[in-house]
Design a binder for this molecule. Sequence first.
Ligand SMILES: C[S@@+](CC[C@H](N)C(=O)[O-])C[C@H]1O[C@@H](n2cnc3c(N)ncnc32)[C@H](O)[C@@H]1O
Length: 165
Amino acid sequence: MFYYYGRKKQIAKYYPVPNYNTIIEPFAGAAAYSLYKNNWKKKVILIEKDKKVFDIWNWLIYSATVDDIKKMPELKIGEKSSEFLHIVHAATKMAFHFKTIKVTQILARNWEISRRVLAENLYKIKHWKIICGDYKNSPPACGMGKKKKRGDNFLRRRKSRLSTL
Ligand SMILES: C[S@@+](CC[C@H](N)C(=O)[O-])C[C@H]1O[C@@H](n2cnc3c(N)ncnc32)[C@H](O)[C@@H]1O
């Protein structure tokens, strides 16, 4: 969906196909495995401990519309931005430490691609969930499909606790 240093987009094809109806991606980042091929159709739960990354997914999943995405301005080379969603498109690990970034040619190009990809693929993630917290507190992976109600309640309790971390 968006550029993210360390994302698993290139190697997602080497991971096994999902065996269950729920995918839990515990180091969410750009969620490359959950977005690979038809994996997005599953019940997807992302877990991300970085609040800035969580905020991006939280907005994309629960609020953003295609119109909102299309209205996001293009970035001009040389201008500065302190938006974390822009900063991650700088394509370097160092960018994560920046509070403000000067838009380079690479960043502007990556952002242009992401704007299009986000708008085209937004519908895929609207049934997903995102939890802000450590992966160690992720919901139990086994049997979630069978005990749907119990799993959902667990998740809701867990989510309200984790979102305060
Ligand atoms: C390499 S990146 C993302 C990889 C991701 N699967 C992808 O394809 O984009 C790793 C992410 O995991 C998050 N992370 C690191 N430690 C974590 C932890 N203990 N629990 C949850 N998320 C964590 C980081 O904030 C970062 O966003």
